[in-house]
Design a protein around this ligand. Structure first.
Ligand code: SIN
Ligand code: FE2
Length: 218
């Protein structure tokens, strides 16, 4: 018998889901072994749809730089937040979601106990030191019955995990390269954010953190 037959696979070896609360968990290291493949695909996506600093509806540029891949992409401007089928910068469709991205999102959701996740949107966020994301809900998607799958690559960050109300106490969850957070069901509309990124240099991603957020938006 070959060793492969007994290889449980890296996903199975990754730590058991760490529950944040019903509907939400952290999968420590779930994306770690896939990071090299993700990185190659990411470079191609960023070449086709460059990162940019969107402005909030109030007119403030976001400290996080964003782009998208998949059928739909999340954008923000003076007119508000919404999903679009094309990149407003180029007028072309967003780059397709690479199969390795899609597979990771579906596998992570399954590991978190959610079958049949079918993401059609992947928001790509790049944080450089000092960049942050204030507490917010992900509520621009049509499908609230589908979860959010959020993949961390590069520099570590402190994720804020709050509650249904913005004023609910938010707990601080340290996230490192390869961690995946999944939230859905009763936790789907919980507030979350990211504290300002600390200075650092990641051996694999350089001086930044990349977050891939998968949603079913349409
Ligand atoms: C997001 O809320 O869209 C991103 C969260 C993160 O960067 O971890
Ligand atoms: Fe979010």
């Amino acid at each position: 018998m070959t060793a492969e037959l007994f290889d449980p696979g890296t996903d199975a070896l990754a730590a058991a889901p760490l529950a944040l609360e019903p509907g939400a968990c952290v999968l420590r290291g779930f994306a770690f072994d896939r990071a090299a493949a993700l990185r190659r695909e990411l470079d191609a996506v960023l070449a086709a749809a460059p990162l940019r600093h969107l402005v909030t509806p109030g007119g403030k540029p976001m400290s996080v730089a964003t782009t998208n891949c998949g059928a739909l992409g999340w954008v923000s401007d003076r007119a508000g937040y919404r999903y679009t089928a094309s990149d407003p910068l180029s007028g072309r469709a967003w780059p397709p979601m690479p199969p390795s991205f899609y597979r990771l999102a579906v596998d992570a959701a399954a590991r978190a106990g959610i079958a049949a996740f079918a993401p059609d949107a992947c928001l790509i966020n790049r944080y450089v030191p000092g960049a942050r994301l204030t507490l917010h809900q992900d509520r621009d998607e049509r499908r609230m019955d589908q979860p959010i799958v959020s993949v961390s690559l590069g520099l570590p960050a402190v994720f804020l995990w709050g509650g249904p109300k913005r004023s609910d106490r938010a707990r601080r969850v340290p996230l490192v390269h390869g961690d995946v957070v999944v939230w859905g069901g009763p936790a789907r509309l919980h507030h979350h954010g990211v504290l300002p990124l600390a200075e650092g240099e990641h051996p694999f991603m350089g001086a930044c953190r990349i977050n891939l957020t998968f949603r079913c938006a349409g």
